[in-house]
Design a protein around this ligand. Structure first.
Ligand SMILES: Cc1cc2nc3c(=O)[nH]c(=O)nc-3n(C[C@H](O)[C@H](O)[C@H](O)COP(=O)(O)OP(=O)(O)OC[C@H]3O[C@@H](n4cnc5c(N)ncnc54)[C@H](O)[C@@H]3O)c2cc1C
Length: 289
């Protein structure tokens, strides 16, 4: 057995001070569904848990029609999909939050933790990218913001420097006629991580033409993959099978997966195309409904 120190700061400033004092082995604890497992198995060296759940900025979940959604980094999944504004305006995020683990895991697990764990198959990350989310990061030197697609740098690694923490995610207000969908493929109907995941968002003008679109994939590269050219291919087109198939082919070609116990590279590439097409179709059905 190993002793672990624990602190529960009440503000971002206090958390930063604790992180600095505790040194490089301190880690932020959100839901702990990755961290506690990794600490127990020795996958992550840590001697100090800094609990995020008492910090109001990290537990904020607010929607403003102008600013969009502010999602505190430690807000658990069950609060996300229970929120009417999120269900209505950010459905791909709800799709992802309701897929992570099962009900018990969703009671603890946060989208911020999913992002900071930075797994290539993290379900919330393609959904965040599809929605154009920005990550707000605090450090002793001040704050910075960056697009979520630039956050992960390698499997299990990200842009966070020592003594930095993710405060929140800012998702822009979606356009009036817009929709989104996140889908993943797993081989069984049980808890598993995605063999491939795809998130898609697009907006349609009154004239029925696509005005903005974003597509992102999970588990097909060392980091979750933004595929801007798939979204760009849709601009100016009418939503429908032909446009979706073309974007899906672009996403398929952008995927650079590996073969592992969950699937072959070839299978994953195929799935990247299929899931992109279905995610776009699903987003369209939501716009029409
Ligand atoms: C049974 C089971 C099933 C699972 N199923 C899925 C699944 O289907 N899909 C999926 O994507 N994942 C799955 N996971 C993994 C995990 O539940 C998710 O990644 C979850 O979203 C992590 O969130 P958390 O709040 O528990 O993070 P934590 O475990 O608390 O943190 C994860 C990592 O991020 C760091 N961190 C957390 N918050 C911050 C912050 N604000 N600033 C800086 N660093 C931070 C921590 O230090 C740690 O390194 C599963 C896990 C289990 C145990």
């Amino acid at each position: 057995m190993r002793a672990i120190q624990y602190a529960a700061p009440r503000s971002v400033d206090d958390a930063l001070a604790v992180l600095q004092e505790a040194g490089s082995n301190a880690r932020i604890l959100a839901g702990g569904t990755d961290l506690i497992v990794q600490a127990r198995t020795g996958l992550r060296e840590t001697e100090f848990f800094v609990d995020a759940k008492r910090i109001p900025d990290l537990m904020e979940l607010t929607f403003d029609p102008e600013r969009g959604l502010t999602l505190g980094a430690a807000v658990p999944c069950h609060r996300i999909y229970a929120e009417e504004a999120v269900r209505r305006h950010y459905p791909a995020l709800c799709d992802a939050a309701s897929l992570i683990g099962g009900t018990a895991i969703q009671g603890r697990a946060s989208v911020g933790g999913n992002l900071c764990n930075s797994g290539p198959a993290g379900d919330s990350i393609p959904a965040l990218i599809a929605h154009g989310a920005m990550a707000r990061i605090a450090s002793p030197r001040g704050e910075r913001e960056l697009p979520v697609e630039e956050f992960c740098t390698a499997p299990g690694r990200n842009v966070l420097e020592p003594y930095e923490l993710l405060v929140s995610l800012q998702l822009p207000a979606p356009a009036a006629r817009s929709g989104s969908r996140y889908l993943r493929f797993i081989p069984r109907n049980e808890m598993d991580i995605a063999v491939v995941g795809a998130g898609a968002y697009f907006a349609v003008s009154e004239a029925g033409r696509i005005t903005a679109a974003r597509v992102a994939l999970g588990a097909v590269a060392p980091t979750p993959l933004f595929v801007p050219e798939a979204g760009e291919s849709l601009i100016g087109k009418a939503p429908g099978e032909a446009a979706f198939a073309e974007a899906a082919e672009i996403a398929r070609n952008a995927a650079r997966p590996i073969t592992d116990m969950r699937g072959t590279a070839e299978h994953r590439k195929h799935l990247a195309g299929v899931l992109t097409r279905r995610a776009l179709q699903g987003a369209w059905e939501r716009i029409e409904s």
